[in-house]
Ligand binder design. Sequence first.
Ligand code: ACM
Ligand code: ZN
Length: 536
Amino acid sequence: MKHTSLFLLCSLVLLCCGCHKSNPIVIIPNPVECTPKAGHFTLNQETFLCFENVEGEDSHLMRTIRNLYQESFNITPNLGDGSSRRSNRILLEINKKWDDKLGNEGYTLTVRRRSVTARANTAQGLFYAFQTLRQMRIPDLLAESKSITLPCARITDYPRFAYRGAHLDVSRHFFDTAFVKEYIDLMAAYKLNKFHWHLTDDHGWRIQIDQFPALTSVGAWRPERKTWDTLHPVQPDEAMTYGGFFTKEQVRDIIQYAAERHIDIIPEIEIPGHCSAILAAYPQFACDDYPYTVAVGPYWPPKAIMCAGNDEVLEFYKKVLNEVAELFPYPYIHIGGDEAFNDNWQVCPKCQQRIADKHLDGEMALQQWLMDQIDQHLKQIGKKAIIWDDIVSDDMVNKSTIMCWQGPEAAKTAAKHGNDIILCPTSHCYFNFYQEDPSKEPLAMTGLITLEKAYTFDPLPEGLDKEQQKHILGGQCNLWTEFINTPEQAEYMLLPRLCALSECVWTPTDRKEWRNFSARTEYHRQMLKKLGLNCR
Ligand code: ACM
Ligand code: ZN
C-alpha cells in the first residue's frame, strides 16, 4: 500500500504543470502560460507585503489580501512600501498603463528566489494573482514542510470566459450565511466570479421582501421530513419547523463579502412556476383555489403556477423585483422561466381571457408574454433579465440572456437570435448528480457526472460562427439541493468537481489535458481535506 502511494505521488509530481521535482506547480485553473524556473522563494516572518497603485475604490484589496495572507501562511504580513525594498518582498502592483492582453481579470506573476511580483490592470487581477500564489504553496503544505516555499516561475494568466459561475439552491434545503460565505470563498479560490443564488422555489422562499411579509413568515417554512423521498402532503397539524430565510441585512452582508472577493451575485426569483411557497402565503395569486402549501419532498410535475391572467400577479412580481433590484447592485436578475407546467392556465378563465386579449397563440405564448412584461419592467429599472432556456423558440423576440440547462441546441437557437448565453447543461454541470457508481454513493439526483466527464465541458457549442460565438458569455455549475441537506454533503457534491468547472471556464482548450488536470486535482483534493472540507 505504502509503495503504491509513493508511486502515485511520484507520478503526480512528474505530470504537473511545473516539473521541478520537489515543488511542483499545481495551479487550478491551469494558467494560460506558466514557465517553471529553478529554485524557490521562501516566505517568512520577515517577508514584506507591498502594494503599488492600489488606491481609492481598490483599497479594499489590501484588507482582503492581508486576511488571505494570514489565513494561508499563518503569518501576520509586514506591510511595506514597495519602492523601499528589493528582496524578501511580495509586491502587488496595479499597472499604470493598461495591458490589453490581461484585460479586466488577468495578471502576471513572477516568483524569483529573492522576491515575488504580481502585476495586473485591476484589483481583481491582483486578487487572482494572489489566489495563484496561495496555490503554489500546496505541495509544501501537504509535505508538512516547516518552511513556506513557493516554486520560482513566470506566469501570465487571464480567463477564457467573462462569466464563470456557480449556482446554489437554498430553497430545497436552506443553507445559512456561514455556508454561503464558505461557498463564495471556494468560488474565489478557483477564480469564479458569478454566484447564482437560487432564492425561491416550491420548497421555500428565502429572501425578505418588505411589501409581502408572508413570503417569509409563511413561505420560508415547512414540516421537517427525514428523507426527501417521503411523499405525502403537508398535514394541517404538522409543525412548520424546517426552513429559514435571509434578511435584507444578511443579504447586504453577503453582497459585501462577495464583492471583496470579486464575485457578483445573480439573485433568482422564479417566474411563473416553482411557486408553491408563494401560493402558500398568497393563495389569491393562483388560478384555482387548491390549498397550496410550501412543498415537501418530491412530486412531479409541480402543479403550482402563478395566474398570468391576474394583473395583481404582475404587480406582485414588479414590487418584489423592485426590492430585489434595490438590494443587489449588479446588472442581472434571474427570473426563472423553467418547468412552468401550464395545466392550470389551460382551464383558467382569466388566463384564457389574457390569451384572447393579447391575441396569443396558446399557453407557451402566454408565458413568453409574461416573461416579456417582466423583462421590460427590469429594463425600466435599469436591470437585465436572465431566463432559463425553456422559453427559447425559433420565433422568440425576447432579447434576455438565456441560461441553457437542457443542452447545446437551445444555445444555438438563442445565439442565432442574438441573445447572450450562459451554459450549464445537465450533461456536464449538474453537480447534484452522482459522481460515481450510485450503488456506492450517498443518495443523489439520478444522473452521473464523473470528475472526468465534468472536465470535458466546453461552454462553446459547436457550429456557431464568429459573431454568434461572441454571445457565449461562459458557463456555470448548478447545485440543486433536493438530496443535499447539510454543508458537508454540499461540499462532497461540489468538490472536486468545482476544480473541473473552473478550468473549463478559465483555461484555453489547448492548455487542458485530463491526466495533467487529474494529477493537479489530487493535490487539491488532499489540501481541501486537510482544510477540513468534505471533498470526495
Ligand atoms: C432546471 O434544472 N430546472 C433549470
Ligand atoms: Zn390563471
